[in-house]
Write a protein that binds this ligand. Structure first.
Ligand code: ZN
Length: 473
């Protein structure tokens, strides 16, 4: 990048917020898992929407690629420079846009800037006795703008929907520098195309989301959590359907985990987390019931569901959390399942969804496909069963070299995605496409859908500056 152009971008945000040394840039161009590391000449940290508009305008004029970034917790390289790119992409960090602008308890909305950390939003809602239900492992560092860009899912989707369902309005800066104010608080608004939904899940390829109006919900009066031990995925499916029938919308989480995922998490847990249920079991479910009436009501529903399941021998054992602290421990065990795979060596990950009723058959077919390739691979399967979403991750065989295992990555991805397609599923349930799954998407998605996406991209981003090489290339 020419020094003169660097200076023009720098002048927009000021010297202090334009990072130009390798040491300052490094944290913005690598990911937690170490799968992405490509250079960037410049990280810009604007402090206002107007500065972002000026940056994008200049980028369009000069054909400079811009990569927007939130908390850098993404898993598909969507907010990072392209691996094998030309190293000229400018990083645009949203972290200084971190204000909660307004909480409107009367219309149950919160208006926030894109760089607010998810946990701060949850806490602000909680203080007003309301709930913002988006909840995921990275919530302490991910930013709402990134959640919007990826249409993040997490553990609250079953009852409240994914990020797309939690957004009422958006403000975004277009690649040309125009600012679109769509910060509506209307529940009903039939005035043409739903533009906000282009940016939600757009992964920063159409513009930069700068503000959002979020939907808030009444905080449940009671919440109860149980760990359940089961023998098979079929039993988990039966339990899910029975819980859904009895609890309806009070069933707020139904997380499903393979025994090996639990064992790895216990092995690598900090602060001596105890096994929630005696003994080792093939499968576990973490179930949460929320009641708008009372804690007793939630407990009654949960005990009813579990009592019937025990009687019908659908489950082997169940333990209800006896305190808020124990509830937190139960959830921590589930949330630590992803990080717990890291010390176990290389992991080949899939974030997939299939229709809920197909989960048991999918597991049989996918397990066979993987083990045909690497017979000693360890299948660390867990996820949000109620949404049909599995984190179907494969850890390297014990004692293997990580690179030797990663050599099988393309073949394992191919076989697993073949099964996903066979079961009418999706190759990305909640993490997005980024650079990781771009080529796969191009091969799998309906050609008409891809052509529509391409037309929209070309119309909004004529110079092709926004996060190039992501989602649709
Ligand atoms: Zn997840």
């Amino acid at each position: 990048m020419q020094a003169n152009l660097m200076d023009r971008f720098t002048a927009i945000v000021g010297e202090r917020y334009a990072l130009r040394t390798d040491a300052d840039i490094a944290p913005f161009v690598t990911d937690m898992r170490g799968r992405y590391a490509a250079p960037s000449p410049l990280v810009l940290r604007p402090g206002s929407v107007e500065e972002i508009a000026a940056i994008l305008k200049l980028a369009t004029e000069t054909g400079t690629a811009i990569v927007p970034q939130g908390g850098n917790t993404g898993l598909v390289g969507g907010g990072l420079p392209l691996n094998n790119g030309d190293g000229s992409e400018v990083m645009l960090s949203l972290s200084r846009l971190n204000k909660i602008i307004e909480l409107d308890a009367d219309s149950n909305t919160m208006t926030v800037e894109a760089g607010v950390i998810l946990e701060n939003i949850q806490n602000a809602a909680d203080e007003a006795d309301l709930l913002f239900p988006l909840s995921l492992g990275a919530q302490g560092s991910c930013q709402i703008g990134g959640n919007i860009g990826t249409n993040a899912g997490g553990t609250g989707v079953l009852a409240y929907g994914n990020t797309r369902d939690l957004i009422m309005g958006l403000e975004a800066v277009l690649p040309t520098g125009e600012i679109w104010n769509g910060l509506t608080r209307l529940r009903k608004d039939n005035t043409g195309y739903d533009l906000k939904n282009l940016f939600i899940g757009g992964e920063g390829t159409l513009g930069v989301v700068t503000k959002a109006v979020l939907k808030l919900f009444p905080k449940p009066k009671g919440r109860e959590v149980a760990y359940v031990a089961l023998q098979t995925p079929q039993q988990a499916l039966k339990l899910f359907n029975s819980a859904k029938a009895q609890a309806g919308n009070s069933l707020t989480a139904f997380e499903f985990m393979a025994g090996i995922a639990m064992e790895m998490t216990l092995k690598h847990a900090q602060n001596n987390v105890r096994r929630p249920i005696e003994g080792a079991h093939p499968w576990y479910v973490l179930m949460e019931i929320s009641s708008s009436r009372s804690a007793k009501d939630a407990r009654d529903i949960l005990e009813g569901v579990l009592g019937e399941a025990l009687e019908n021998e659908i489950i082997q054992d169940a333990v209800l959390a006896e305190s808020l602290e124990q509830q937190r421990t139960f959830w921590t065990l589930r949330e630590d399942m992803s990080p717990a795979q890291k010390p176990e060596g290389a992991s080949i990950k899939h974030d997939i969804s299939v229709p809920v009723g197909s989960i048991p058959d999918f597991i049989v077919a996918a397990d066979k496909a993987v083990l045909d390739i690497v017979p000693d691979a360890r299948i660390v399967n867990f996820g949000h069963m109620g949404d049909g979403n599995l984190h179907y991750n494969i850890s390297q065989p014990v004692g293997w070299d990580a690179d030797a295992f990663f050599a099988y990555e393309p073949q394992i991805h191919e076989s697993v995605y073949e099964q996903v397609v066979a079961f009418n599923g999706s190759i990305s349930a909640e993490h997005g496409i980024g650079q990781m799954k771009r080529d796969k998407l191009a091969r799998i998605k309906d050609p008409t859908a891809l052509a529509m996406m391409r037309s929209i991209k070309d119309a909004l981003d004529p110079a092709g500056i926004m996060n190039p090489g992501k989602v649709i290339g």
